[in-house]
Design a binder for this molecule. Structure first.
Ligand code: TRP
Length: 446
């Protein structure tokens, strides 16, 4: 991404923001959370907060970016000098997320390798995946491959090319996910799984559902880390901000919902309806999907194509995560870009080691009862991002006032349809919810 170059069309902007947003969060994280937190009820809560809460926060970030034309730190400084520190907090989030993102990216690399070498049958054996992530060398090598691929793109600056490819890959991923979901639903016993996934069971509702859904929302929509401010700074003034945000949101949430449909009914089918199987957590996708592919004739080809697409979605997100970190240091210190890239790469590898080994030889080391990967995930999604969102809502709601944002939204000459909802959200609902989330996270509710 070059400064000042900007997006040349509205659709270009939407696709770029969507390819940053759509990643492992949608395909890997959303289904396991939905499975774990009650299925239908999680889905319902997620959709409600996505169209209200997520929408308001995303529109705020993109509008701040477009108004100031700057990325996070400078954007906040320009709005109000005292609040530049929010920008720094935002910069911290990708630094925490990126390393463990690469660990999961490495798992995708591994599965791609499995299918490339025609060993799809092995991947469905009981304990295969657990053994893999519990080992030392394999996951670290895969992690390194993923990290190097990402760094190469960031160093060579070929994001533009990647963007072009993603225009083809993203729709393909969508089609494949729909196809796989449709097939999953034909498996015996899958319909019970579908019912679990879409029918809200209110007895499963708890504050935990909301906390988990909020964390997922931040993660999936790439909120509260300054990335959308940066994207907004490249957006053209004449484009309709509100409808662009709606489009990104529908794209992101749609892919997540379909991914859940691909995985959750299949879990029911293969486990004979055993609810315990739903609690697999971060490993869910890697255990269930190979079984789905294995049950189809010629499924290893599908598995191969599928993991290529997932890898691609993961890479485009990882690239924009790394780019965020790199451009932060570049703006700050002005050292040569490639040096920063190498530094970020080395640092991220070191930081990723505990997250990787935490599934095996370091599994006895826990922080607040969580392994490293879960801890980093928790610290960013459930602590830091809510803090950033809380501060942003206070600054926007009470210091610069919601009108600044709505004027920016309307500067393209169209009315801001959800203005009232946005104002109520940002002034009252967001701050109150964030305080509740933070308290419940800190007292260990999750
Ligand atoms: N939204 C991405 C996903 O769903 C993950 C992510 C979080 C991200 N924050 C980001 C990607 C910032 C790019 C930039 O996988």
């Amino acid at each position: 991404m070059e400064k000042k170059s900007g997006f040349s069309s509205r659709i270009g902007f939407i696709l770029a923001a969507a390819s940053s947003a759509v990643g492992l969060g949608n395909i890997w994280r959303f289904p396991y959370l939905a499975a774990k937190y009650g299925g239908g009820i999680f889905l319902l809560v997620y959709i409600i907060i996505a169209v209200t809460f997520g929408f308001s926060l995303m529109i705020t970030e993109i509008a701040i970016g477009r108004k100031t034309g700057k990325s996070a730190v400078e954007a906040f400084r320009q709005l109000d000098k005292r609040f530049a520190f929010i920008g720094y907090l935002e910069a911290l989030v990708p630094i925490i997320i990126f390393p463990y993102y690469c660990v999961i990216g490495g798992w995708v690399v591994k599965f791609l390798g499995v299918y490339v070498s025609g060993q799809g049958a092995k991947a469905v054996e009981d304990g295969y995946f657990g053994e893999f992530i519990g080992s030392v060398g394999g996951p670290l090598v895969c992690l390194a491959i993923f990290l190097i691929l990402t760094s190469l793109v960031v160093i060579m600056g070929v994001e533009k090319g990647i963007e072009k490819v993603s225009k083809i890959m993203m729709p393909l991923l969508l089609i494949m996910a729909i196809g796989t979901a449709a097939y999953s639903l034909t498996l015996p016993g899958a319909i019970d799984g579908l019912v679990y996934y879409i029918k809200p069971n209110f007895s499963e509702f708890s504050l935990k559902t909301v906390v988990a859904a909020m964390g997922q929302l931040f993660y999936s929509m790439s909120l509260a880390m300054g990335i959308m401010i940066t994207y907004g700074s490249y957006m053209r003034k004449e484009d309709n901000l509100e409808s662009s945000v709606r489009n990104i949101e529908i794209f992101d949430t749609g892919i997540a919902i379909i991914a859940g449909m691909m995985i959750i009914p299949a879990v029911f089918a293969f486990s004979g309806g055993d609810k315990e199987a739903l609690k697999a957590g971060p490993t869910l996708m890697f255990i269930t999907l190979p079984k789905v592919f294995h049950s189809i004739r010629g499924g290893h080809i599908l598995g191969l194509v599928f993991f290529i697409l997932v890898l691609f979605a993961a890479l485009t997100s990882a690239i924009s995560l790394m780019e965020t970190i790199v451009s932060f240091f570049f703006d700050k210190f002005g050292i040569a870009r490639w040096k920063i890239c190498l530094g970020v790469m080395a640092f991220s590898f070191l930081m990723a080691i505990p997250s990787s080994l935490g599934n095996g030889i370091w599994s006895h080391i826990t922080i607040l009862g969580m392994d490293f990967l879960s801890f980093f995930d928790f610290a960013s999604n459930n602590i830091l991002m809510p803090i950033v969102a809380l501060l942003t809502s206070i600054v926007v709601g009470y210091i610069i006032k919601p009108k600044t944002i709505s004027d920016e939204v309307e500067s393209s000459g169209v009315a801001f349809k959800s203005k009232l909802m946005f104002t109520i959200m940002i002034k009252y609902v967001v701050p109150v919810c964030m305080v509740i989330i933070l308290i419940s996270s800190i007292v260990g509710y999750v």
